[in-house]
Design a protein. Structure first.
Length: 134
């Protein structure tokens, strides 16, 4: 009986069938998912309100991590890490909100970028955690 249990555990670890996230991991992913839905809805609202330049900025910055990867930047490079950090688009959004700049494409670019980061975190494709082997 213990041999079967040990083989079953080993096969789950090998195939990734076991849940490695735990409750906290799932709650974190659900939180990122709710944030991603809110940010996407807000970005679409702003794009409809302000027109084509805001839509183009949102889509361009939503695709920014892919564009950086197509340019040849690979992990763990500094630019790769920069486009996957939450605080940079968050600083853009806060700076636009509280600063003197009034240019809606900048705001929707930050929304698109932050939406992309949230979507990647939902699917577990964000920055690797310390000690994570990917």
């Amino acid at each position: 009986m213990t041999t079967e249990h040990t083989q079953d555990d080993a096969s789950q670890r090998a195939t990734g069938a076991g849940s490695r996230l735990g409750v906290a991991g799932w709650m974190r992913r659900i939180g990122w998912g709710v944030l991603a839905l809110f940010l996407a809805a807000f970005a679409v609202f702003e794009s409809v309100k302000y027109g084509l330049p805001t839509t183009a900025a949102m889509l361009l910055f939503f695709a920014l991590p892919d564009l950086v990867r197509l340019a040849g930047v690979r992990p763990p490079g500094l630019l790769f890490q920069a486009v996957h950090r939450v605080w940079i688009p968050l600083a853009v959004l806060a700076g636009y909100t509280f600063g003197p700049i009034v240019w809606p494409p900048l705001f929707t670019a930050g929304l698109g970028w932050l939406t992309r980061i949230a979507v990647e975190r939902v699917f577990g494709r964000g920055l690797p955690l310390a000690g994570d082997q990917r």
